[in-house]
Structures are given as C-alpha cells and as structure tokens.
Design a protein. Structure first.
Lengths: 328, 287
C-alpha cells in the first residue's frame, strides 16, 4: 500500500486504490447468505449477530477510527430501539420509515451530545460517555409511563416489510432485513473511511494536536463522526426492536456498551470488519456456552480481554493481516 | 426537620468518607502514571473478602481484620503491578481500560466460585452497633467510627505527602515525571510503593464498606462507577480533590435519594457530567 502512496502523485487515486473491493470481502458477504441454507434453525441468532455487528461497526467509527474511547454507546442503541418501538406503538408500524426515523433521532441526540464529547479527553472523556450511558438508563427506568420501565415496552407491532414479508417466528424476514441493514451500514462507513474525511479521523486518532497545525478542524470532524455513529447505532437498536417486537430496558445497559467494545476489540479496531467478526465469535460462543453459569462466562471474557491486550493488540483481523504480511 | 437534614448530611458525609478511602489511591496513581486502573475496586473487594474470612475462619475481631485487609490488597496489587500492569504504561488508554476491566471480570468470577453470589454479612463488635445521641441527634456508631478512621487516614496521607521525604518525591513525580526522573528520583519504585498503598487503602475501604453497602462479587463493578466519579470530579493526583469529590458525591447521593427519590438515582450522574463539562480536569485538577 505504501508503494502506491509514494508513486502516485494524485491522492484521490491513492484513496481509490485503497477502497477497491477485495476477493475476501466479496466472499464474506456471500458467506453471510449461507445461514439461509445451512442453519435455517439459527436464523434468529443470525439476525441478532447482524444487529450486534452493525452496532459494533458504529462504535468502530468513533473508537477505532477517531480514537474516542466510549463506554456508553448503548445510549444511542437504546434510543433508537425505544424510538422505533414508540413510533410503532403510536400506530405507525411501517418498518423502513420507522428505522430511518429512529436512526435520525439517535443521530440528533448524538450531535447534541458531541458538544460535550469534544470538550474533554482522557479519563474525563471515558467518564462522560459512561455517565451519559448510565444517565439514559436511569432516565428510561424512571420514565416508566413512557418506556414501560423494567417490564419493557409492550404492544410494539411491526407491519410486514414492503407490505408483503411478515416477521415470522423462523426469522427469515428478520435475518434478511437485519443483514440488509448491516450491509448498507457497512457500505456507508466504508465509503466514509476511504474518503478524505476518514483520513482526517485517523489523523485525529494518531495526534489530535497536530491536526489544527495542518488546518484541519478536528472538532467539527469529531462531531460529525459522533453523530453519524450515533445514527447507525440507533438504526441497529431499531432493527432489534422491529425484529423482536419488544424493547427491554437492557438495550441501554452498561453491559451492552461493554459487550460491544469487547466484540470490537476481539475482532480488531479500525478495520470495519473487525466488529462483525467479533460479533460473530462473541455471540456464537455465548449461544453455545449458554448452559454454563453467566458468571463463569465472564471469567473467560475477562481472560480473553487480557490476553488480547497483551498478545494481539490489533485483534483477530489485525493478527491475520500481520500473518498475511499486510500492513494498513 | 433540621435534625433530619443534619442526620442525612451526616450519613452522606460518612458515605463520602467511605468513598474517599476507596478512591484516593486511584487518584494518586492516576496522577502519577496516567494508568487507568479500573480494577482498583477489585482490590477493594479482595480486602472485603479477606476481612470476612479472617473474622470467620480465624475468629479475629473486626478491628483486627482491617489491617489484614489493607496488607492483603497491597501485597496482591504489587504483584499485579510488577508483572502485568507495568507493561501497559506506554499502551493507549483503551488497552489499559480493557485489560483492567478484564481483570474485574475475572475477579468477580473468582469471588463467585469461592464465596457464592450471596451477600457476606459480618458481626460487628457491640461498641460499633446501635447509635449514639449527640446534641439531640441519634448518629450511627459505626458511621462515626467510619468518619474517624477516614479522617485519621486523611491526616496521615496529608502528613506523609507534605512533610516526609518520600511524600516530596511523590509530589515531584506527579508534577512532572520526566524532570523528577532526570533529577535522579527512582520513579518506578515510587510508583510501586504508591500503588501498593493506594490499593491497600482500597482493600481497607472494601472491608469498611461491608457494613454500609454489603459485599458480593459485583462489588468491583458497582463501586467502580462511584470511585471513578470521585476521581474525575475531584481531579487527578490530588488528595484534597478526592476528599472534596467524595464528600460531594456521598452527600449528594444520600440526600438525593432521601429528599427526591424520583430522580435520586441519576442525580449524581447528571451532576458529574455537568461538572466535567464545566471543568474537564475536575474541580481541583491542574493537568
């Protein structure tokens, strides 16, 4: 990759080179269709994975690319989930428009929150994201007249997709819908990180102080990416609501924020597909080990986290890329 | 009514003192090495379980089990610091957060394995039970004990940091690590000792907390949020900041839950976000 950078005088050409589709990428998306044929009994799990993966991709934008460590991103996931549920409860159950509205709502809240986010760094940043996350959880709990509190939001009714495909028990529609959502989300992010905007984000991650020196308005960039990430996280939450027809309080929980970071780290940050790979491994493993006590499940997650940090700081995909001799 | 307010203030202050003991170590080590140790409260939990075990298995009195909690947490933390944490000082904050949170997961699972998920009640000596009447108010004896212990620790810390040679070295290292190293101070050793004392205090705090909030495997998580609020609101590396932050949080939490129960559970988070928005470095933070 670095050779191209040296030889080509036009930076646009270089960006274009980098954003070219690889065989592995195409094979990955084809493989995503396999569950329809190979594991038709696991389509519900597959749609959960696709939703978690979309959420992880949204976190990757802020954490992996822009370098904002966030421990409260479930806030936007949950806002999207509740927004979609409340829209449906209010009598408009059309899924696509509901999804867009929920995403836009989460994105707007994300934009407002970004004014706080760009002001702080380091520990204060982690605490602000954590604090906002817990705050939204406690607010949703306190406003039980709107959210149903700990009982969850009842009475969500999603209409058939395009008026034809019912969300059934087998999860065929659910998985198709969630997978399409994931695909579109990843394509949007892919276009973004391979643009000059994506390069600016990486510049912020590497050295925030030098960005103003080269004339880059890093605050505006951070606010934009934070809002976009919030919108995508909200869309992921809305997908969850629409495919399950319920919203429970745990969409906003700290656990969800922590789990998504674990998935992302496991797969590898700053490479879009890391979050997807992490989500697949995390959720399949949890499904297979569902029989064991959840306390011990977290023992292994803890061990895994420590090993990944010490041994493979760039995650599974980063490790694979290193083995293949590629650098990014 | 005034008596009621006074009692709530006192209970809040006592809770704040507990938070101070739990968090002051983290504040100093964060100021020293910028190492975000989310496992700090796991050492607190360790201290709590050591105290419980010492009282049940060895039949030690409560007050005698407190130094044991301090020593055990300090000893274990120094082993972790020397073998694992020190590899992460140069790593990014994300790696520090992930590694130490992984440690909290492991600690919680280990505690569940050894002690089960239930609460671990303890039997206090009779002179710490009940309440004492002072100026017409009935104050809990244990809370008074807690305040006395915390104030004694504060006095010791302030004396140690302001009046001793080692304290001067610590302050120098917090102010500017590179220059301190350049002047020949062994920052590495200073940090190891500070880390041990800080974690030991967390262990002591864990033992003191059993009577107030109980002890179960989720302690390391549950208190982490409180401790981080204290540290970030008070400002890194500042004993006075931690004291102020802990007092504010303790009184705010107890009074909020008592007087406005509808919003009491998230009042403290709202205040924290507001304070950090106004002063990203904390109330008394300088860096």
């Amino acid at each position: 990759m670095s050779e191209i950078a040296r030889n080509s005088p036009d930076p646009r050409l270089w960006l274009k080179q980098r954003s070219r589709w690889s065989i592995v990428e195409i094979a990955f998306w084809l493989a995503a269709l396999l569950p329809f044929f190979l594991f038709p009994a696991y389509l519900t799990l597959a749609s959960q994975i696709a939703i978690a993966a979309l959420f992880a991709v949204s976190v990757d934008l802020v954490l992996g690319y822009a370098g904002i460590v966030t421990l409260g991103h479930a806030m936007f996931f949950g806002l999207g989930a509740y927004a979609a549920g409340l829209i449906s409860k209010a009598g408009w159950g059309e899924p696509l428009s509901g999804l867009v509205m929920a995403g836009v709502f989460a994105g707007l809240v994300g934009y407002v929150a970004s004014f706080i986010i760009v002001r702080v760094q380091h520990l204060a940043l982690i605490m602000i994201t954590l604090g906002l996350g817990i705050l939204s959880y406690e607010l949703a709990n306190a406003m039980s007249w709107l959210t149903g509190g700990t009982d969850g939001l009842q009475g969500v009714d999603t209409w058939p997709l395009f008026g034809a495909f019912e969300f059934d028990l087998w999860g065929k529609t659910a998985y198709s819908y969630a997978l399409a959502g994931l695909f579109i989300g990843v394509m949007v992010c892919r276009r973004m990180v391979h643009s000059s905007f994506g390069l600016a984000l990486r510049g912020i991650r590497e050295n925030v102080r030098r960005m103003p020196a080269i004339g880059s308005d890093y605050r505006a960039h951070l606010q934009t990416v934070y809002a976009i990430s919030a919108a995508i996280a909200g869309a992921a939450g809305a997908l969850l609501t629409q495919t399950t027809d319920t919203v429970s309080l745990d969409v906003l929980s700290f656990q969800r924020s922590a789990d998504v970071v674990v998935m992302l780290i496991l797969g590898g940050t700053g490479r879009l597909y890391g979050g997807i790979v992490g989500a697949i491994i995390f959720l399949v493993a949890r499904d297979q080990l569902a029989g064991i006590n959840p306390q011990y499940w977290y023992f292994w997650i803890g061990v895994l986290l420590m090993v990944v940090v010490l041994v493979m700081p760039s995650g599974i995909l980063g490790g694979l890329a290193r083995l293949a001799g590629k650098r990014d | 009514m005034i008596g009621q307010i006074a009692i709530v203030l006192f209970d809040g202050f006592a809770f704040g003192m507990l938070l101070f003991v739990l968090s002051v170590g983290l504040s100093v080590t964060l100021g020293l090495m910028n190492f975000i140790n989310l496992a700090h409260c796991a050492f607190g939990m360790l201290g709590g379980y050591v105290a419980v075990t010492a009282m049940r298995q060895l039949g030690l009195p409560f007050v005698a089990s407190l130094p044991l909690a301090f020593l055990a947490a300090a000893a274990v933390s120094v082993i972790f610091e020397r073998t694992l944490f020190r590899r992460l000082y140069q790593a990014g904050e994300l790696n520090q957060v992930l590694f130490t949170i992984g440690l909290v997961f492991v600690a919680a699972a280990t505690a569940t394995y050894l002690f089960g998920t239930g609460q671990q009640p303890i039997q206090l000596p009779s002179w710490l039970r009940g309440s004492v009447e002072i100026a017409g108010m009935r104050l809990g004896a244990y809370r008074m004990f807690l305040v006395a212990v915390a104030l004694a620790i504060t006095a010791l810390l302030v004396f140690g940091l302001e009046r001793t040679r080692f304290g001067a070295q610590v302050r120098a290292a917090v102010d500017n690590q590179r220059v301190a190293q350049g002047l020949g101070l062994d920052v590495d050793r200073i940090f190891a000792v500070t880390f041990a004392v800080g974690s030991g205090l967390a262990g002591l705090g864990g033992a003191l907390a059993i009577e107030i909030v109980g002890l179960d495997p989720s302690f390391g998580f549950h208190f982490l949020v409180y401790v981080l609020i204290v540290v970030s609101v008070g400002g890194l590396g500042s004993v006075a900041g931690s004291f102020l932050g802990a007092t504010l949080l303790g009184i705010g939490d107890v009074a909020g839950k008592y007087f406005v129960p509808e919003i009491g559970s998230f009042l403290i988070y709202l205040i924290m976000v507001a304070i950090l928005f106004m002063r990203p470095l904390g109330l008394l933070g300088r860096r």
